[in-house]
Design a protein around this ligand. Structure first.
Ligand SMILES: Cc1ncc(COP(=O)(O)O)c(C=O)c1O
Length: 423
């Protein structure tokens, strides 16, 4: 089944219509697949670890909506929780017990979380965490890391990874000079400058330049920097939260930030995110305090039900499985590349991995950008033709879920062996 066959299709017709109506034919840039030189697949449905497109083609899905679907597509417990919630009313603009329940789950799992404020997207949550950090410290500058993505927050788009890296955009037009000036960008792995910053924000396991794990002791050194300079340490665990372990990367690494940004898994595939942290900080958020932040659909009952149902599936066995899946797949891909004589290296941790087209795993954004993105694009196209749906960008992580089986891993590695041999 070649890509030509797939493209003379309903997907092609849908895309043709979409580009007239949506900028680039999509509602979020990386979906467009421009960076791998082809048109997107339009999805009809997801079943466990598989996607079915509008033409009936079936794919093993390693994107999983970019992270929220840790239990797989349409997990029966999630679907029944959301159906029950929908039947009881989709939104009230008034408190519900489910929100309190979800906050309690977050506080129980995430070491830094004493209180929680829910939002509808990770972007909103990181934007709000920065506002809180600025209010709490009375300072403006923010330190962020090159290649880290924290959502499309104006001041955080400088040297951001993810879609900006994919499209080679250093920052975005429309961001004011003042907003850009308040952001200090530091290479991942380097010491931040000695300034009076409101906050240092990082992805503790950066996954938006592909997965680039921190060197030993680095996160601890950032904690030390924040303590010494009076800045707040913010961990953006939108990807790693509830994925690399119950309490995210902070629990695994034993480094506790002041504030944590959460998203993706917390909403189980529905729009939910949150920021959380020390009580004395979170009590500055309105209406407990005067740092204003609000949302019509924040803590939405459907999203809350989906998040709760998902978190309840994440026991010790689930994490052992997510760890094994990522490591087995990473090892299989690396072996396939070695056998094909392709310079590629795989990086994996619990529930996350990236295959880099570089002989060694990148340590920072400069090294990630030096990967052979043309080779990645060709690989990705070849995999799609063989029914394996990968992130259409070198600068993204792959997301194993509890629905992936050993057979999915084997099929993926077998397809990769073929495609890599052709490169
Ligand atoms: C680490 C990180 N932070 C924040 C965000 C933004 O979240 P959202 O897309 O829900 O706005 C993302 C999205 O991919 C992310 O990966």
């Amino acid at each position: 089944m070649g890509s030509g066959a797939r493209l003379a299709s309903r997907s092609a017709a849908a895309y043709e219509r979409a580009v007239e109506l949506l900028p680039g034919g999509v509602n979020s840039p990386v979906r467009a697949m421009r960076q791998i030189g082809r048109d997107p697949v339009f999805v009809a449905r997801g079943e466990g670890a598989e996607l079915v497109d509008v033409d009936g083609n079936r794919y093993v899905d390693w994107v999983m909506s970019w992270g929220p679907l840790i239990a797989g597509h349409a997990h029966p417990e999630m679907v029944s929780a959301v159906s029950a919630a929908a039947a009881a009313g989709t939104s009230f603009g008034a408190p519900t017990e489910g929100e309190v329940e979800l906050a309690a789950e977050v506080v129980e799992r995430v070491p830094s979380a004493e209180m929680v404020r829910m939002t509808s997207s990770g972007t909103e949550a990181s934007m709000s965490a920065l506002r809180l950090a600025r209010a709490a410290t009375g300072r403006d500058p923010i330190v962020k890391f090159a290649g880290a993505y924290h959502g499309h927050v104006d001041g955080l788009l400088a040297d951001a990874g993810s879609g900006l890296a994919t499209q080679g955009i250093p920052a975005s037009p429309g961001v004011t000079a003042a907003q850009a000036e308040d952001t200090v960008v530091v290479p991942w792995g380097a010491s931040p400058p000695d300034i009076e910053a409101a906050a240092v924000i990082c992805e503790p396991y950066p996954a938006n330049m592909g997965l680039v794990l921190p060197r030993d002791g680095y996160l601890r050194s950032l904690r030390g920097y924040a303590d010494a300079t009076g800045a707040l340490l913010i961990f953006d665990e939108v990807i790693t939260g509830f994925r690399v372990g119950p309490g995210g990367a902070q629990q695994r690494e034993g480094v506790t930030p002041d504030l944590t940004v959460l998203g993706k898994v917390i909403g189980g595939g529905l729009p939910a995110a949150a920021y959380a942290g020390r009580r004395d900080l979170m009590e500055q958020v309105a209406p407990a305090g005067d740092v204003y932040q609000a949302g019509t659909l924040s803590g939405n009952p459907l999203a809350t039900a989906a998040g709760l149902a998902t978190l309840r599936l994440l026991d010790e066995r689930a994490y052992a499985r997510l760890d094994q899946l990522a490591r087995t797949l990473a090892a299989g891909l690396e072996e396939a590349a070695r056998a094909a004589g392709v310079a590629a290296s795989a990086v994996g941790t619990t529930g996350l991995l990236t295959l880099f087209f570089a002989p060694e795993p990148p340590r920072d954004y400069e090294q990630a950008k030096a990967c052979d993105t043309d080779a990645y694009a060709a690989f990705c196209r070849g995999m799609l033709d063989r029914g394996i749906y990968l992130p259409p960008s070198q600068f993204e992580a792959w997301f194993p879920s509890l629905a992936h089986t050993d057979a999915h891993v084997e099929r993926t590695v077998a397809a990769a062996s073929e495609v890599l041999a052709e490169l």
